[in-house]
Design a protein around this ligand. Structure first.
Ligand code: DQA
Length: 149
């Protein structure tokens, strides 16, 4: 049987991880996070494809192109979490099981970060565990997909 394929999406400003507000987002770079995810994916026996964009339309295009290519999506939508109906609609349109992750605990921060447009179309949300949020999100997503199949 072919390996489960998961698209890992990183939204705006996450390319600056490591330099960006380290007190909030930690010291790991995006490459560090992707490398750790790859190691976990190897253990879990799944294949990951990574994509980062600072542009809403780029993320929408990538979600659409996941159709028939990926069985799951792991996404940190960054600030688009709180603004993007377009990303929400793209996830709903492709109907690919999606887990939303955040490094920081968005519910503990400014009020404008408390609402997520993505949460309603995601299987679940993991927020506040730093880089570990991605690992927890990936494990939850893979378990969900394995239970489905
Ligand atoms: C973030 C939280 C968002 O509010 C913020 O805009 C980000 C990062 C996180 O991972 O904690 O860019 O998604």
């Amino acid at each position: 049987m072919a390996l489960l394929s998961i698209l890992v999406l990183h939204g705006p400003n996450l390319n600056l991880l490591g330099r960006r507000e380290p007190a909030v987002y930690g010291s790991q770079t995006l490459q560090d996070i992707n490398d750790s995810l790859t190691q976990i994916a190897n253990l879990l026996g799944v294949k990951l494809t990574f994509f980062q964009s600072n542009h809403e339309g780029g993320l929408v295009d990538e979600i659409q192109s996941a159709l028939d290519r990926h069985q799951g999506i792991l996404i940190n939508p960054g600030a688009y979490t709180h603004t993007s109906v377009a990303i929400r609609d793209a996830i709903a349109a492709v109907a690919i099981p999606t887990v939303e992750v955040h490094l920081s605990n968005i519910h503990q921060r400014e009020a404008f970060r408390h609402h997520s447009y993505i949460a309603a179309v995601a299987i679940g949300q993991i927020s506040g565990f730093g880089a570990d949020s991605y690992r927890l999100g990936l494990e939850g997503l893979v378990k969900h997909l394995q239970q489905q199949s």
